[in-house]
Write a protein that binds this ligand. Structure first.
Ligand code: NAP
Length: 335
C-alpha cells in the first residue's frame, strides 16, 4: 500500500473490544506502523505498544513527543474531555474518534480551526451508531430530496460480549433523557421491534450537517424481553447503585445473539426512503469503520479540519464496502 503520510498510527484502547480489531485491520494495511496504547503498560508493551492515558493530556503530549513519528491517532476509548484531541491537532496529528457522546464530539468539532491550521484532519461519528447511522441517514435524506424528518433505529445483540467502556456508556446514557416516543420498527431479519429513544449523538449532529429539522435515534436489543427490562430500568438507573448492577449484569448475562441492525428512515411529505444494514458483532464493525476511515485519511486527501463522517464524500460508500465483511445492505423504502 502506498501512503501519502509515512509514520505510525497510535490506536488508543488498542487492546479493547473495538481497538483490537482496529489494530489488526490497520496492521494488515500498514505493516509495522501500528502501535497500541492503553493504561496497562505491560500489556501494551507485550503488543509492541506504549502506555498512554487519555485522562492526562500533558502526559499524552509527552508520549507523542517521545514517539516522534505518530501521524494519526485512532481513539477507541472515551476521554473525559477534548484535551487529547487538542494535543493531536496542535501537533498536526490526524484523529479518528469512535466516541458517541455529544458533548465530547462538539468539543472536538470546536477544534476545527486548530486542526485546519496544522494540516490535521479529525473524523468524528465513526462506528455503527454514530457512524453507519449517519451515512445511511445521508443516503435516505438525499433519496427523498431533503428530509423533513429522519428516524434512526439501532438494534444491538444482547448476547455480544460488548467492551467494558461500551457497556459503561450505554448504562450511563440509559439514565439520561432522550426526546421522542417509542416506535414499532420493522428490522430486517428481526421482525417488527419496539425501539425506544436513546441519546446517541447522531440525532443531534445530523440536524446541523444535513440541515434536517427532526432526527430521533431509537434503540432496541435483539431480545425483546431484554429490551423491555432495559427500558423499565431507565428511571431506576438514575441511581449509581442501579447503574453498577446493570453494568455487571450486562457484562455477565448474554440472553441473545451477537447480531446488530441499523436503519434510517427519511420522510418528506408523502416521500419515504429507508436503508438498513445487518451484520454480526457491532464492536467488530465499529472497528472496521474506524480502520477504513483511517486508511482513507492516510492514503487519500481528506479535507483538513474536523468533520463528521457523513460530511466526507470519500467515505460515503462505506456501507457497501462492508459487504465483504458480511454486512448486508437493505433498501427498504423508495422515494
Ligand atoms: N461509534 C460506535 O458505534 C461505537 C460502538 C462501540 C463502542 N463505541 C465506543 O468505543 C469505546 C470503546 O468501546 P470498547 O467496547 O472497545 O471498550 P473496551 O473493550 O472497554 O476498550 C477500552 C480500551 O481503552 C483502554 N482505556 C480505558 N481507559 C483508558 C484511558 N484513560 N487511557 C487510555 N486507554 C484507556 C482500555 O484498556 P485499559 O483499561 O488497560 O487502559 C481498553 O483497551 C467506548 O467509549 C464506546 O462507547 C462506539
Amino acid at each position: 500500500m502506498t501512503t501519502v503520510n509515512g509514520g505510525r498510527i497510535l490506536v488508543v484502547g488498542g487492546y479493547g473490544a473495538v481497538g483490537a480489531t482496529v489494530s489488526q485491520a490497520l496492521s494488515q494495511w500498514f505493516p509495522g506502523r501500528v502501535l497500541v496504547g492503553g493504561r496497562d503498560g505491560d500489556r501494551a508493551r507485550q503488543l509492541g505498544g506504549v502506555r498512554v492515558d487519555v485522562t492526562d493530556p500533558a502526559a499524552f503530549r509527552q508520549s507523542l513527543d517521545e514517539l516522534k513519528d505518530v501521524v494519526a491517532v485512532v481513539m477507541c476509548v472515551e476521554p473525559p474531555d477534548a484535551g487529547v484531541a487538542r494535543v493531536c491537532f496542535e501537533r498536526g496529528v490526524h484523529l479518528v474518534d469512535i466516541g458517541a457522546t455529544l458533548r465530547l464530539l462538539d468539543d472536538v468539532a470546536a477544534l476545527h480551526e486548530v486542526a485546519a491550521g496544522t494540516g490535521a484532519t479529525g473524523v468524528l461519528s465513526v462506528g455503527v451508531a454514530p457512524g453507519l447511522t449517519n451515512l445511511l441517514a445521508r443516503w435516505a435524506h438525499e433519496a427523498v430530496g431533503g428530509a423533513e424528518r429522519i428516524d434512526l433505529t439501532v438494534l444491538l445483540g444482547a448476547g455480544e460480549a460488548h467492551g467494558a467502556d461500551a457497556v459503561r456508556w450505554t448504562v450511563e446514557n440509559l439514565a439520561r433523557s432522550a426526546r421522542g416516543t417509542a416506535l414499532r420498527v420493522p428490522m430486517p431479519g428481526y421482525g417488527v421491534r419496539t425501539a425506544h429513544p436513546f441519546p446517541f449523538s447522531d440525532q443531534h449532529t445530523l440536524p446541523r450537517t444535513l440541515e434536517v429539522g427532526q432526527v430521533t435515534t431509537r434503540l432496541c436489543l435483539d431480545s425483546a424481553p431484554m429490551t423491555t427490562a432495559l427500558f423499565a430500568a431507565r428511571r431506576p438507573a438514575r441511581h449509581p447503585a442501579v447503574r453498577r448492577a446493570l453494568t455487571a449484569s450486562f457484562r455477565h448475562i448474554h440472553l441473545g445473539g451477537d447480531g446488530f441492525a441499523v436503519r434510517a428512515d427519511a420522510h418528506r411529505g408523502p416521500h419515504h426512503a429507508a436503508y438498513a444494514l445487518t451484520g454480526q458483532k457491532q464492536s467488530r464493525v465499529t472497528a472496521l469503520v474506524a480502520a477504513y476511515a483511517t486508511r482513507e485519511l492516510l492514503t487519500a486527501s481528506l479535507p483538513t479540519g474536523v468533520h463528521h463522517i457523513e460530511q466526507l464524500p470519500a467515505l460515503s460508500q462505506l456501507p457497501e464496502q462492508l459487504a465483504e465483511h458480511g454486512v448486508a445492505l437493505h433498501q427498504l423504502g423508495s422515494a
